[in-house]
Design a protein around this ligand. Structure first.
Ligand SMILES: NC(=O)c1ccc[n+]([C@@H]2O[C@H](COP(=O)([O-])OP(=O)(O)OC[C@H]3O[C@@H](n4cnc5c(N)ncnc54)[C@H](OP(=O)(O)O)[C@@H]3O)[C@@H](O)[C@H]2O)c1
Length: 346
């Protein structure tokens, strides 16, 4: 049997801020059966994770391109691979059968042909909505958990600052920090997001960074005695201001630098004397570094969600045509929590 598969491509490399016109919907005839002898798996994509790191793969050059297989450059006109959840339509691989739910690296499209090594795991029946496995119980959650607990080594009572705090990773970091007993301040790009952080997610305080003219004094206002831990999602001026306000022996976990992804001229240049004299540790990391603690992360986080101690914030769009604007929206602050595109129900 054959269907029409709609999928998204970039028309050309994207060197600065993305917009809808950089993308194109393509249609192809797509066979739903497996050729004999092939071990391919054909997957109908149900939910697609929308993630900022893809912008760096869309550039003609990025320092990230040669780092790991996840960050290789994308070719204009070709299907875009991304983390997704889908249902097996047909399988030449004995490990998978029709109707299995699977999570892995599929495509920004309705159907994908997948090799076994691209499937991260089979999703057995879950007590939680499937989309949680893309966000709070998936890579966003693992990034938050590993970055906060392994890199920041937090102690109860410490003062924690989180940027892009209403986003997928940031909101979970802030909630973990509160569960541990830290004092937590987040920044986000609108008053509505600030309200969510304070009223629903239990942050001690929050501010709209777009309304602040001097980030250094803003952080001094929220942390008069200094910051122990800065979980950085944005880089740029916010990182510079945080470094000025760190306490001695403070830790900065550099999860991402989204403000620099779309502006080739922008580079944080923190005051290095602060780093020397305050003995600050700044460390980058990747979620993939924490696969060894996935079981621990998953068990603890599932408990928190089950017991209502951790709120799950998702932001869903519908249909393959909405993928470009869902992605573009990440760089305009349109999303609140984990951005997911729903292509089909289970
Ligand atoms: N190291 C890893 O393995 C790993 C894994 C996942 C994500 N990350 C990184 O973590 C960060 C957050 O990712 P996410 O998936 O959780 O995305 P997200 O926070 O859900 O979405 C991106 C958010 O970033 C904020 N933002 C966009 N442009 C900005 C700018 N110029 N300045 C300040 N804030 C800006 C926006 O919120 P506002 O309204 O607050 O502006 C937007 O909603 C990104 O830097 C991403 O690359 C790293």
């Amino acid at each position: 049997m054959e269907v029409t598969n709609k999928y998204i491509v970039i028309k050309h490399h994207i060197e600065d801020a993305p917009n809808d016109s950089h993308f194109e919907v393509k249609n192809e005839a797509f066979g739903l059966s497996i050729n004999s002898g092939s071990d391919d798996v054909i997957v109908k994509n149900l939910y697609i994770s929308i993630d900022p790191y893809l912008i760096n793969r869309m550039k003609s050059y990025s320092a990230s391109h040669n780092a790991i297989s996840f960050s290789t450059p994308l070719t204009p006109g070709q299907a875009i691979d991304a983390i997704a959840i889908g249902k097996v339509v047909a399988s030449g691989n004995v490990k998978f059968v029709k109707d299995d739910l699977v999570m892995g690296v599929f495509t920004w499209g309705e159907y994908s042909v997948v090799k076994e090594q691209s499937i991260i795991k089979k999703l057995e029946s879950s007590e939680f909505p499937l989309t949680y496995h893309l966000g709070v119980l998936g890579f966003s959650g693992l990034t938050a958990y590993g970055g906060f607990f392994e890199i920041c080594k937090p102690q109860k009572g410490e003062k924690v600052f989180v940027s892009a705090a209403s986003g997928s990773v940031g909101n979970i970091v802030g909630q973990y920090a509160k569960l541990l007993g830290c004092y937590v301040v987040g920044c986000a790009g609108s008053q509505k997001k600030v309200g969510l952080l304070k009223e629903k997610l239990g942050f001690d305080d929050a501010f709209n960074y777009k309304e602040e003219t001097d980030l250094n004094s803003t952080l001094k206002r929220y942390f008069p005695d200094g910051i122990d831990i800065y979980f950085d999602n944005v880089g740029g001026e916010m990182l510079e201001a945080a470094i000025i306000n760190m306490k001695a022996f403070g830790r900065v976990a550099v999860c991402g630098i989204i403000s620099e992804y779309t502006d080739a001229e922008k580079r944080a240049s923190p005051n290095m004397l602060n780093i020397v004299y305050k003995r600050i540790t700044i460390r980058g990391f990747l979620a993939a570094d924490f696969m060894n603690i996935f079981a621990d992360f998953s068990a603890k986080t599932s408990d928190y969600v089950r017991n209502g101690q951790l709120q799950v914030i998702e932001d869903k769009s519908l249909g393959v045509e909405s993928i470009p604007s869902a992605f573009v929206g990440l760089f305009n602050g349109d999303n609140v929590g984990k951005k997911v595109v729903v292509l089909a129900g289970e």
